[in-house]
Design a protein around this ligand. Structure first.
Ligand SMILES: [Zn+2]
Length: 193
């Protein structure tokens, strides 16, 4: 486990950041609610949700180029994609995007504001994270179209005090109790709720 984390950090230019300041509360973990996400062909929730008020400033988790998409009342609603050759983030259900399509953004930049757009049950920020190699999404057959669990990174934030602590609501308990032997990203024996 440790060696994997170390090797990952070596292959990525910089540690990704939490997109939210202070203590983001995770209201839906990665892989939760498989019944709901089967409709999209996913094995479960393909990212993590943070329960934050509409209008909360969201920061770029990593460098990349911005793509702004507005899907109206469907899917992620107003959302922002930040991608480079190594990784891609999707920040969904926004109320406002404060960067422009094609703009180069940098890790830690305020880039958008959270909201309640698209298909939601309340205001929150959705974050999907994918690892790319030469611009191609890796591990696309993992049941999440290549999305990986960033919760592991949130633990790293805690360990290294690089950014912010993460806490979990009771809604994440199901997720926290899961083990994912087929995907080391999703294993975290040291995690505490
Ligand atoms: Zn979500």
């Amino acid at each position: 486990m440790l060696s994997l984390i170390l090797s990952l950090s070596l292959t990525m230019p910089t540690m990704i950041f939490s997109p939210l300041p202070e203590t983001p509360v995770i209201t839906q973990g990665f892989g939760q609610n498989p019944n709901v996400y089967a409709a999209w062909g996913y094995a479960g929730h393909n990212g993590i949700d943070f329960g934050v008020d509409e209008g909360t400033v969201v920061y770029a988790p990593h460098d990349g180029v911005a793509s702004v998409v507005d899907d109206g009342d469907s899917g992620y609603g107003l959302y922002l994609v930040i991608s480079d050759t190594n990784r891609k983030s999707i920040l969904g259900h926004l109320s406002e995007v404060t960067v422009t399509n094609g703009q180069k953004v940098y890790q830690g930049d305020p880039v958008c504001k959270s909201g309640n757009s698209g298909q939601t049950t309340g205001p929150h920020l959705h974050w999907t994270y994918k690892i790319l190699k030469n611009g191609t999404v890796q591990n696309k057959e993992n049941g999440y179209d290549g999305a990986v669990d960033v919760t592991e990174f949130t633990r790293l934030w805690q360990d290294q005090d690089l950014h912010h602590n993460a806490t979990y609501t009771e809604f994440a308990n199901e997720y926290l109790a899961m083990s994912f032997p087929d995907n080391v990203y999703l294993e975290n024996p040291n995690r505490t709720a």
